[in-house]
Ligand binder design. Structure first.
Ligand code: MEV
Length: 413
């Protein structure tokens, strides 16, 4: 790996970009072949029911990222223009230090809802008294996890008043490098008879929680004020943050911008986009009301400091991560093997994406960048390809005329 800064990467042709990855990230010809082939129909047919094809979205590479001192190229699967360029730009401005990221142990929560319980408080006490034995029993259902240093590590019970009294029993499971949904659900379902007999009630729902408050990833970054446009930009971003922190309508859009980055990487690595999205938005609402997932402040030197913390239930083994050739490629490109490193990368990418959106919003607005990309699409619609499309897009953007007729005229058609 030579680094994540690939100057002019965006100007290269598609094949040339792929070849550059060989040098920059140790990608082999076989990896490139797998990338080109993508998901076969035969595999798709095994993944879902009633398969009829595959749905393709562009896969791009965000450059310039440095996380915990390591440079890496980040694959992003997204249909939205500007997102990858914005992340790369935000990562570049964060150099030379880059992002710092941490994560907690990958512990998820499996819930068992018990209804028609004779005495919920007494049931809770009996569960607590038998906790160690129940954890040992549950670990017999946790597959390989205990042998890998993970598995069921805790068990809690609480009485919930929800229009009726119910008892909620929760298993805390360290999922190691797996997202863990299957194992968690197996454990919780498998413990049904045992728990029912202890609490003297009936188990209804047995399912993991996507609000993974025990499995958090956090990223921080400091942007030197002079590298992002000075005091005015620092001030603008902090005020934009205050708006999102205080207003759920703005917070939803702010957090959507964060998820522009995160979801693109979740998808590229074959992880469950809905699980991560649900966890993120629920986490944004666990306090007094729905708010910004990120926080921006000024440090002692007047530089801009950003933080993002959110649940990150992602894995590097199992599910589509393993079966989808593009996901395997994505992990290889980043040189990531552990779920925690992946989670940390997600948080750093989300923070970069948020910074890029806020910087654009408090300076030139976001339409300028979008219109340049729109111009490219118009040039393509007029029949232009390759460098010619870029040249025509530049003219359209400069003239502020995005009609296909003008693009055709420039093409001489
Ligand atoms: C657009 O996809 C994302 C933004 O709306 C995010 C934001 O407003 O912070 C630009």
């Amino acid at each position: 790996m030579t680094g994540s800064q690939l100057p002019g990467f965006y100007k290269r042709g598609l094949d040339e970009r792929r070849m550059l990855l060989k040098e920059a990230a140790g990608i082999s010809n076989d990896d490139l072949k797998a990338l080109a082939e993508g998901l076969t129909l035969a595999s798709a047919n095994l993944m879902v029911e009633n398969a009829i094809g595959t749905m393709q979205v562009p896969l791009g590479v965000a450059t310039n990222f440095k996380i915990n001192g390591r440079e890496l190229l980040i694959p992003m699967a997204t249909e939205e223009a500007s997102v990858i360029a914005a992340a790369s730009y935000a990562a570049k401005l964060a150099l030379p230090t880059g992002f710092t990221a941490t994560s907690t142990r990958p512990v998820m929560r499996g819930q068992m809802q018990l209804v028609d319980v004779e005495d919920a408080s007494a049931g809770k006490s009996r569960i607590e008294a038998e906790k160690d034995r129940l954890i040992a029993e549950a670990n017999k259902l946790a597959g390989l996890l205990p042998s890998l240093g993970g598995g069921v590590i805790d068990l809690k019970a609480r009485v919930l008043e929800a229009g009726e009294e119910m008892l909620i029993v929760e298993f805390f499971i360290d999922c190691r490098d797996a997202m863990g949904a299957n194992t968690i659900d197996t454990v919780v379902e498998g413990m049904t008879a045992e728990i029912e007999s202890i609490v003297k009630g009936r188990a209804l729902l047995r399912i993991l929680s996507n609000l993974a408050t025990e499995r958090l990833a956090k990223a921080t970054v400091t942007y030197k004020k002079e590298s992002i446009g000075g005091e005015r930009v620092v001030d603008g971003i902090i005020r934009a943050y205050r708006f999102a922190a205080a207003d759920p309508y703005r917070a939803a859009t702010n957090n959507k911008g964060i998820m522009n980055g995160i979801t693109a990487l979740v998808l590229a690595t074959g992880n469950d986009t809905r699980a991560v999205e649900a966890g993120a938005h629920a986490y944004a609402a666990v306090g007094k009301g729905y708010t910004s997932l990120s926080k921006w402040s000024r440090d002692a030197e007047g530089n801009l400091h950003g933080e993002l913390e959110l649940p990150m239930a992602v894995g590097t083994i199992g599910g589509a991560t393993k079966t989808h050739p593009t996901s395997q490629f994505a992990l290889k490109l980043m040189g990531i093997k552990s779920a925690r490193e992946l989670a940390e990368t997600m948080a750093a990418l989300g923070l970069a994406q948020n910074f890029a959106a806020l910087r654009a919003l408090v300076t030139e607005g976001i339409q300028k960048g979008h219109m340049q990309l729109h111009a490219r699409n118009v040039a393509a619609m007029a029949g232009a390809t390759g460098p010619e499309a870029e040249r025509i897009a530049d003219v359209l953007a400069k003239e502020g005329n995005f009609s296909i007729a003008r693009a055709k005229e420039l093409l001489g058609r």
